[in-house]
Design a protein around this ligand. Structure first.
Ligand SMILES: [Zn+2]
Length: 308
């Protein structure tokens, strides 16, 4: 079983679409973590959404989608790069009690403090080039509406999403009206605009149906009457980019005093990757090396605003 991202166009219209199934990737995301059912739905839906939006990437890099919550769910993060390598994680508050039917606003926007953040992070940055980051208040009752509202406000793109996820499945459908082109009306003017027609057809898709039906069948059921051009499928998969070096740099950022006091308390530092569960250990010798090697590095590389 491999995951699939299927792009398509409605012929002779300015409407493009994508169907995605990232259920295998979703299994890897959950492999070392047990999330409450309501969190599975939201994180699973974000996983499909990130794969669908990665097609908007016009560069070699990654899209990072985050929801910062002010309720029992503190943070959701999903990353997808241009090769469709994906990873995702969620952080709950220590005291979180989450009902199975908890909604997105209940989980992350209890006091209106929730934020939706999209970062477009180029892989090989030019000197001085920064990642692009859009931060907006959480506007919407579901992951799909939050993203639709963001795409309309920030990108001026008419986008519609249908997302579905549970413990085993993560699937999604995206429709997007390409910018700069209006709808094509028939000579009589009676026929529905292609965008409205495609959205109407897609809106017959129920969440249960998307959960229980493979995307090829979904495509056939929804659009069997339409003239559709289908592109070569792509295959998303799970890949974590954590390394011992990156964990080491994180410890260096904490500072020697902080690290020394943690070592004194625990003897060695044990860090598990939030995305893949990979276990890293730093004993006092490893930690000492981190701070010894800092001096020459600093003299070689002048302080610069480039973020890594
Ligand atoms: Zn990792």
């Amino acid at each position: 079983m491999t995951d699939t991202l299927q792009k398509f166009m409605f012929e002779n219209t300015a409407v493009r679409g994508e169907l995605v199934d990232v259920s295998e990737t979703w299994k890897h995301v959950q492999a070392r973590r047990e999330y409450p059912a309501a969190v599975k739905t939201i994180l699973g839906e974000m996983l499909s959404a990130a794969a669908l939006l990665s097609a908007n990437l016009k560069f070699n890099g990654a899209i990072v989608m985050q929801i910062h919550g002010d309720g029992p769910l503190r943070l959701l993060v999903v990353e997808c790069d241009s090769d469709l390598n994906m990873r995702a994680t969620a952080k709950l508050s220590d005291t979180a009690v989450i009902a199975d039917d908890a909604t997105l606003p209940q989980l992350v926007n209890q006091n209106g403090g929730g934020r939706f953040v999209i970062t477009l992070d180029p892989k090989d940055k030019l000197p001085g080039q920064q990642a692009y980051q859009g931060i907006v208040p959480l506007d919407g009752e579901s992951v799909a509406t939050v993203i639709e509202n963001y795409m309309m406000r920030s990108e001026q793109l008419d986008t519609r999403l249908w997302l579905a996820a549970d413990a085993h499945v993560s699937r999604g459908l995206l429709l997007q009206k390409l910018p700069g082109e209006g709808g094509i009306k028939s000579a009589s003017g009676e026929e529905m605009e292609p965008w409205d027609r495609s959205v109407m057809l897609a809106s017959t898709l129920r969440t249960e149906e998307l959960l229980s039906t493979d995307i090829e069948t979904v495509m056939r059921r929804l659009f069997w009457e339409e003239d559709i051009r289908i592109f070569d499928p792509k295959h998303p998969n799970f890949l974590c980019t954590c390394t011992r070096e990156k964990v080491g740099s994180m410890l260096k950022m904490l500072g020697q005093a902080e690290v020394d006091s943690a070592l004194e308390e625990m003897g060695k530092l044990a860090i598990d990757c939030d995305f893949c569960g990979q276990h890293y250990e730093f004993d006092p010798v490893d930690c000492a090396q981190l701070f010894v090697s800092e001096a020459p590095v600093e003299t070689l590389i002048p302080a610069s605003p480039i973020k890594h």
